[in-house]
Design a protein around this ligand. Structure first.
Ligand code: 5GP
Ligand code: ZN
Length: 142
């Protein structure tokens, strides 16, 4: 399944060049064209799925396996002190390319960046009852 107007499908099909660092039947990883840090890498399933919940569980598990192996290699390549590994999952979360992708962003002690806590907007003030309700809804919803 590939979508003609999708940049990442075109990368998978070799129609747009990329600095590919890993490829197998199911997934692919390449350097981000506008890196937030040296070594900033994107890891994608080859099939076109927009968000994480669209990805079948076996492909999602495979993707996590690739992330697990690739992240230390990315860190090592640029001598990073750590990394943020994250998905912008959906437009509201800042996803611009509608083909699901994980960012591996190398981090350095003195890079002036922020932890992942900095990505959200206003913090909610939730009561104990509201927290209980949310937890129960999540528990029953998967
Ligand atoms: P998003 O905001 O969707 O999570 O991130 C999309 C990422 O894809 C951005 O970091 C952007 O720099 C990267 N990107 C967009 N177009 C291309 C491209 O044609 N090639 C590569 N390698 N990266 C791209
Ligand atoms: Zn696509």
């Amino acid at each position: 399944m590939s979508q003609d107007d999708c940049i990442f499908c075109q990368i998978v099909d070799g129609e747009i060049p990329s600095r590919t660092v890993f490829e197998d039947d199911v997934s692919m990883a390449f350097l981000d064209a506008n890196p937030l840090a040296p070594g900033h890498t994107l890891v994608i399933p080859k099939r076109h799925h927009e968000t994480l919940d669209d990805v079948p569980e076996d492909a999602a598990a495979h993707l996590f396996g690739v992330l697990h192996r690739l992240t230390p290699a990315v860190e090592h390549a640029v001598d990073a002190d750590g990394s943020n590994v994250a998905f912008n999952n959906g437009e509201a979360a800042g996803q611009e390319v509608p083909h699901v992708h994980a960012h591996v962003i190398p981090r350095f002690h003195d890079d002036g960046g922020n932890p992942i806590h900095a990505v959200a907007g206003r913090r909610p003030d939730l009561s104990e009852e509201e927290l209980d309700e949310i937890a129960a809804d999540i528990e029953s919803g998967h």
